[in-house]
Write a protein that binds this ligand. Sequence first.
Ligand code: PMV
Length: 338
Amino acid sequence: MRIVTAVAPVNIATIKYWGKRDDDLILPLNDSFSATLSLEDMCAKTTVMISPYLLENKFWLNGKEENMDNPRLSNCLKALKDRLNKENSEEVSSWKIHICSENNFPTAAGLASSAAGYACLVYALASLYQVDGDITAIARNGSGSACRSIFGGWVRWHKGSLEDGTDSIATQIFPTDHWPEIRVLVLVVNDSRKKYSSTLGMKQTVMTSELLKHRTKFVVPDRIEKIIDAVHKKDFQSFAKLTMKDSNQFHAVCCDTYPPCFYMNDVSHAIIDMVHVYNEFKGQLKIAYTFDAGPNACLFIQESDLSEVLSLIRYVFPSNLNANEYYRGIALDKDLFS
Ligand code: PMV
């Protein structure tokens, strides 16, 4: 019997992946760039066990048994087994497997749960089967963005150019301790499952959006280089602007999809307003927002601004509002933070 437990955090893309050039191999149209949260934050935890005595494969997600016939899961397993070390592991490839995974945050609510989940699963399985070398291309088979959660710190997913996808891998650009002053606040606007999955949304976008063609060809390549430079220099002003512009363009592309995919809601828009009014009020960019395929906001801030930003959020979005009064208004008073 072999048993391994792994933990993998969520990653937050600051330059978004949206659109595949190959749906089966999960090959993206553009490079993307993200920050992986720390192991104390939003994480997936997965235990995998193989034994000659298990009678069938089984998979539990958040305590509920799920179907093992999921093609993405099978693709990850197959890719790992293809890389087994023949000398010491060939026999174990026929053993049945039990997988038990849980997230410490809402699943499939646009909070990158599948990224953390598949990164964790592939990492645990790679240890179990003693597979060496790059495993990001395998994690990509589970969920594209999962390849970035294999590493901590600041990570780039290179779209690659080979047809078989072997060069579509993630690499760590800066380590976890590169910019310790950065903090990420996740504002959970709605934690229910999203209306349409990113897979469906992307497919629809690739088929119908003109703006996506412009974005992948003319915008993202330059933006990736610029954001890497900004993170390298710890230049929060450039980093924040690029992050917000890329989130906005990603959602513009979703809106340009026909029929459109709307992932943000009125509260998300109120958060965007709040951030811009506050940044203007402070005379510099203090907060950067980014939204994935859901209404929840991820805010990047510097540690020195954390307590003031938390007061701002509590002031603009008091917890005792009813559903029709989203927020208190965003006209900020100069005395508010004095
Ligand atoms: O990996 P997927 O298929 O869940 O797609 C993720 C897409 C975004 O989260 C919206 C952007 C990204 O780069 O993570």
